[in-house]
Unconditional design. Structure first.
Ligand code: IPD
Length: 265
């Protein structure tokens, strides 16, 4: 399986490179100044779909028996036990506005367990990667989370869903957390937020309502860097809740989110 993991990593890196270059170089120049929301959103939707097609086409060509789960609808069962979990643009709103914090996120699961994660951030020129049991890297630098700060000194990251009702709850959780911490960031890409925890650019991250393609790769990268990643106490990351932080801070944040009911609308 070491050989399999190496093969999956190589393919994920190559697919992310191709999609990243396509999205960076192919983004229509007038996208940021489009007059109407619908056409601007349509352009991004086209780029999302084209990027997912590029990634799934590349991977399926090389590994035709694998399964696929993608944000833009890729859903193939597969027969090899390997499933690719793909977010062709994580941070779509940032991409739409020409903000640099968007990523291509590709994870490979073997028999349901994530074994490879790649998050490429083209506008930052950074590629994050992790292999289960082999550590996490940004380019050639090995990632290791530092000691957890006290809760009162923590820089948290979070994100918001798209549903009004959910946002009211999410805002209420932020309202209650913000007086207790150093500050809170809303970066706009869950995949990058998880890599930021792995790098120490955030002390911790949490969000309600993610989909597997948002967190599959970043989850492994953060864990392989030494962070804990979970959901509600005893659970893994899920649509209910995703929490990531170094040991010590993780339990504190998870406990506060549980007390605040951050996992329900
Ligand atoms: C979104 C981003 C965002 C998070 C949302 C996600 P998308 O993914 O990760 O940071 O707050 O919950 O849906 O739609 O840009 O792929």
């Amino acid at each position: 399986t070491d050989q399999l993991k190496a093969e999956l990593l190589e393919l994920a890196l190559e697919a992310a490179d191709r999609a990243g270059a396509f999205l960076r170089d192919g983004r229509p120049e007038d996208l940021g100044v489009a007059a109407t929301k619908t056409s601007a959103v349509d352009v991004v939707t086209e780029m999302d779909i084209a990027s997912e097609k590029l990634i799934t086409g590349f991977l399926a060509d090389r590994r035709p028996d694998d399964g696929f789960l993608g944000e833009e609808g890729a859903s193939v069962e597969g027969s090899s036990g390997v499933e690719w979990v793909i977010d062709p643009i994580d941070g779509t709103v940032n991409y739409l506005y020409g903000r640099p914090a968007w990523a291509v996120s590709i994870a490979a699961r073997k028999d349901g367990e994530t074994v490879v994660g790649v998050v490429q951030v083209p506008m930052q020129g950074e590629t994050f990667r992790a292999v289960l049991g082999e550590g996490a890297f940004v380019d050639e630098q090995r990632l290791k989370v530092g000691a957890a700060p006290a809760f009162g000194q923590a820089l948290l990251g979070t994100g918001f869903g798209y549903l009004e009702e959910r946002r009211v709850r999410q805002a209420d959780v932020v309202r209650q957390l913000i007086p207790q911490v150093r500050d809170i960031r809303r970066g706009g890409s869950a995949a990058i937020d998880l890599c930021d925890v792995a790098m120490g650019r955030l002390d911790a991250y949490y969000e309600r309502g993610l989909n597997p393609w948002d967190f599959a790769a970043g989850d492994l990268i953060a864990r392989e860097a030494g962070a804990l990643v979970g959901g509600r106490p005893g659970d893994g990351p899920s649509g209910e809740l995703t929490v990531a932080a170094p040991p010590g801070l993780f339990e504190t944040l998870q406990g506060k989110l549980e007390d605040l009911g951050a996992w329900h609308d």
